[in-house]
Ligand binder design. Sequence first.
Ligand code: 6PG
Length: 246
Amino acid sequence: MPPPEIRISKTAPELFAAAAAEFAAQVALAVRANGRFTVALSGGSTPRSLYARLAANPEIPWAKICFFWGDERHVPPDHPDSNYRMAHAAMLAKVPVRPEKVFRIRGEEKNADIAARQYEKVLQDFFHLSPGQLPRFDLILLGLGPDGHTASLFPGTTALTERHRLVVANWVEKFKTFRITFTFPVLNAPAGVLFLSSGKDKAATLREVLENPGANLPSQGVRPANGRLIWFVDEAAAAALSRAPR
Ligand code: 6PG
């Protein structure tokens, strides 16, 4: 398992430019090799600037990209908290994606477990999975929560120990809600994982994740078995790292 690559950019705009260049390069590679690019998007606020930058890049073969989500809030797609809504507004609505290649999680489903099982079926059908097989995305985008969570795998939640399901409904006590999220087996099966983390609020957590193996934070559970792991961070987020540029 190759060690994670950590790319530190001076500023947030430089961070998003670097991540956008990496994304575009990976799209080109995958489309050349397989005629398509499969990506699972992340939610939260950090990737919005990346999506906006990508949307401004006409070189990207948008019709060749298949979009999925690594997690979703238990809300309808037009809800302000919807990860789908954020990505749609920042990117998908602005570029010539093929609607039949956009696979969102149905957060509007009253029963979150049904939404999770529906999305598992979407993955099984799209990747032609046999029982026990894992989907191999070209790229999974992830963020880092202040408590060390990623996707919707929060500390102390049941989904952390799931080893068979691909997607589950995960109860998050502190938000008193379910989240629908990929599990670690899926997060560790892609060809590449790209973590994005920006801002001083993330510095202490990032140091724990990257430099304290005993911290046992959910983000530390992401170690692709046979894939690249790249952290794109800015200097503010990297400020507490022992290798941080001084
Ligand atoms: C979500 C995300 C989550 C996010 C982190 C970081 O649905 O919220 O998938 O894992 O990446 O919470 O969020 P920020 O980018 O807003 O700090």
